[in-house]
Write a protein that binds this ligand. Structure first.
Ligand SMILES: Cc1ncc(COP(=O)(O)O)c(C=O)c1O
Length: 352
């Protein structure tokens, strides 16, 4: 069932208990397939809490765990609103981010690089939607150097972006897709790696030296079968896409127009972020990785939401708008109305 909805040549699945194990095994497959050891992943990413997945992670959760695994190199992905490449538009950002990736590969030694691992749409670290051309460019660079392209869709996949897989939005097929969470709506622990025919062929002659007692656990898989059937019967992917296009996008645009503290809104499907700023220079409402008193303004915004019955996910200077794929239009509107009110608290910190 998963192969049926996965892009083109991805036809086999290795099941795990969750997302970190999926990335861990995908990296091992890439290493064994290429005979190379390095993995390139981005700053501003989360890939899970096992050794290599945590090492690949590009956020502060990695720091206290270091050193763990070896052979991971971080690079910058595209982020038009705070461009690491001083870009002025999405087209430039895409071009420059691809050049940076290619340069990183060349200077690491392309023959040492097994995989490029990216979140198709970065989740916890900002709902960073890749600009047009970026994913196709990553595909082309990986092809040029014989590198395995791993798309981490643990958060972005199974409906959240209004598609079965986020890569579908851009018509790009990676070599490996990792998934978990949405595959069975989280009812039981389940994740996995969807494998291209070419990589699967590597392991048709020799075994993949990995395995998990609970790999393909029948109960967890049954919950995925049921969940996917309901996705199809009830048109949940289409519903999530509609919520994004018809309700959340216009609702957040209205909110952004009203509140000076809203620097940018971005996302797709039911996967959105509001980036809060404190002045016309895009200074984040709270600093990167702020804790304690420095995080105060964000805590105040979150408290204002909770007082009104909305439980928001906040991260650094962002509020994420990530309702379940099954949320009704009215419920989304109710949530957005609460956010609208709560954001006056953020406006109070804005210095014009
Ligand atoms: C993009 C991404 N990859 C991997 C993981 C790790 O998944 P798990 O917690 O199931 O190991 C997460 C979890 O939040 C995630 O968001």
């Amino acid at each position: 069932m998963i192969a049926e909805v996965a892009p083109g040549p991805l036809n086999k699945v290795f099941f795990t208990n969750g997302g970190a194990e999926a990335n861990e095994n995908a990296i091992r497959m890439a290493r064994l397939h290429t005979g190379r050891h390095k993995v390139l992943s981005t700053y501003r990413s989360y890939h899970g809490s096992t050794a290599t997945a945590m090492t690949a992670t590009g956020d502060p959760r990695r720091w206290p765990n270091e050193p763990i695994a070896i052979g991971v190199v971080h690079f910058w992905g595209p982020y038009p609103y705070r461009s690491p490449f001083f870009s002025e538009n999405e087209e430039q950002e895409s071009e420059r981010a691809l050049k940076h990736l290619r340069d990183t590969i060349v200077f690491e030694g392309a023959a040492t690089v097994a995989a490029v691992l990216i979140e198709t749409v970065v989740g916890t670290n900002g709902i960073l939607v890749p600009p047009p051309g970026y994913l196709a460019g990553v595909r082309a660079i990986c092809d040029e150097f014989g590198i395995v392209f791993i798309a981490d869709e643990v958060m972005a996949g199974f409906g959240r972006c209004g598609e079965w897989f986020a890569v579908d939005k851009w018509g790009v097929a990676p070599d490996l897709i990792t998934f978990a969470k949405g595959v069975n709506s989280g009812y039981l622990p389940l994740g996995g790696v969807i494998i291209s025919d070419e990589i699967a062929a590597t392991f048709s002659e020799r075994p993949f030296p990995g395995g998990l007692t609970y790999s393909g656990h029948p109960l967890a898989c049954a919950s995925a079968v049921a969940s996917m059937q309901i996705f199809k019967e009830e048109g949940i992917i289409e519903h999530a896409r509609m919520l994004g296009e018809d309700v959340i996008a216009p609702g957040l645009a209205e909110i952004a127009a009203k509140h000076p503290s809203v620097g940018e809104v971005r996302g797709l499907g039911v996967f959105w972020a509001i980036e809060l700023i404190r002045d016309g220079e895009r200074t984040p409402l709270v600093p990167f990785n702020a804790g304690g008193a420095a995080a105060g303004p964000m805590n105040d915004v979150a408290a204002a939401c909770k007082e009104r019955g909305l439980w928001p996910f906040t991260h650094f200077n962002r509020v994420h708008v990530v309702p379940p794929c099954t949320t009704s239009v009215d419920e989304v509107r109710e949530g957005l109305a609460i956010l609208d009110e709560a954001l006056t608290v953020a406006d109070g910190f804005y210095a014009s």
